[in-house]
Write a protein that binds this ligand. Structure first.
Ligand code: ADP
Ligand code: MG
Length: 336
């Protein structure tokens, strides 16, 4: 780990920093007429498509531990935004980065840009601009992409009888963070799920015309599915025994019965979506073709409540609501 606040650093200037680490970052896109280097970028939106825009900020001590690996931080800043575009069914295109640093440490910046730009390249994203300032470490990334107007996946389209699905497994990042906060080293697979989430962009694109509603799970399934249900004006019944769990999370649950970790700890960056019965076969085909598990965990019902039925048949009651930065009991803890 390189701590940008540590001594013995030969800082670089703002302008050489931008040139060296961010002027050629990610894909080289033909629709970027002018990228990093002028007062603003000039970008061509393809005809017939809507521009989809999202932004996420990661603050030291709130979203990540201050000694975070800079490469993982760069990866995560890009991944959480890609996850939002995935949840809209959008194709990612352009990023802008607002970076606040206590000191311009070239080693730290090299690792950070490797994480950020590496993931950008994989998903065809070009960094087209940004802003660099001195201050407490924080990373804001804006991401833009495209979707045909009728194809956008919204939170508001779920209907009675639709199946409720999630991708991959839940609770892995939560279990990794729990370990880190207790001073234990989580096993590498779990740690990867916390620090290097894999955004489900291909799933989001494949769900165009298939899912009736979608959201990405950043604050825990209970809170985020709750947002989808609220936007759609419906309720849902979810069977906890059907939640997809990795072996370490299943073992942890076996020992503790702590469903809150799975439903409320956040940082999963999986997609949660609803599907009308007649399109269920398309979900199965998509899951097979992409090699990403998509598990039916319940169904949309009348009302406004999310009812989670525990394996013993009782109703699960959350110990805490989903993460809320302004909830009265919150101080600065480290989480996403
Ligand atoms: P201005 O003062 O005109 O806003 P800046 O000096 O802040 O310009 O930025 C110069 C150029 O570098 C701009 O094109 C801007 O978008 C880009 N830029 C600045 N910081 C970053 C960054 N962290 N990542 C990518 N591009 C950046
Ligand atoms: Mg200017």
């Amino acid at each position: 780990m390189t701590n940008p606040a540590a001594g013995r650093i030969m800082p670089v200037s703002e302008f050489s920093l931008i040139r060296d680490f961010f002027s050629h970052c990610g894909a080289e896109r033909a629709d970027v007429l002018l990228g990093v280097g002028d007062d603003a970028a000039l970008l061509r939106v393809p005809s017939g498509q809507m521009l989809v825009a999202t932004l996420d900020t990661l603050v030291s001590g709130v979203h990540f531990l201050p000694n975070v690996d800079p490469e993982a931080l760069g990866h995560k800043a890009m991944a959480v935004n890609l996850s939002d575009l995935a949840a809209m069914g959008a194709e990612p295109a352009w990023a802008s980065l607002a970076l606040t640093l206590p000191v311009a440490d070239p080693d730290w910046l090299r690792a950070f840009s490797r994480g950020l730009c590496g993931l950008a390249s994989r998903f065809g994203v070009q960094l087209v601009g940004g802003d660099t300032t001195r201050g407490p470490l924080s990373v804001s990334l804006q991401l833009q992409g495209f979707v045909p107007p009728e194809a956008a996946l919204r939170r508001s389209g779920a209907h009675l009888g639709d199946g409720v699905y999630v991708t991959a497994t839940l609770g892995d990042a939560g279990l990794a963070l729990r370990g880190l906060l207790r001073g234990e080293a989580p096993e590498p697979g779990l740690r990867g799920r916390l620090e290097r989430p894999e955004p489900r962009v291909a799933v989001g694109l494949g769900l165009r015309g298939v899912a009736s509603a979608a959201i990405d799970i950043s604050d825990g399934l209970a809170a985020d599915l709750g947002h989808l249900l609220g936007a759609s004006g419906v309720g849902a019944e979810v069977a906890l025994r059907d939640l997809p769990l990795s072996p370490p999370v299943a073992a942890y649950l076996e020992q503790t019965g702590d469903w809150d970790l799975v439903l409320g700890s956040g940082d999963d960056y999986e997609l949660c979506f609803t599907v009308p019965t007649e399109r269920v076969a398309a979900v199965e085909a998509l899951s097979l073709s992409l090699g990403v598990a998509m598990t039916r965990i319940g169904q949309v019902v009348a009302g406004a409540a999310l009812r989670c039925i525990a394996p013993e048949g009782n109703l699960w009651q959350p110990k805490a609501a989903g993460y809320d930065h302004f909830a009265p009991e919150r101080g600065a803890d480290a989480r996403g």
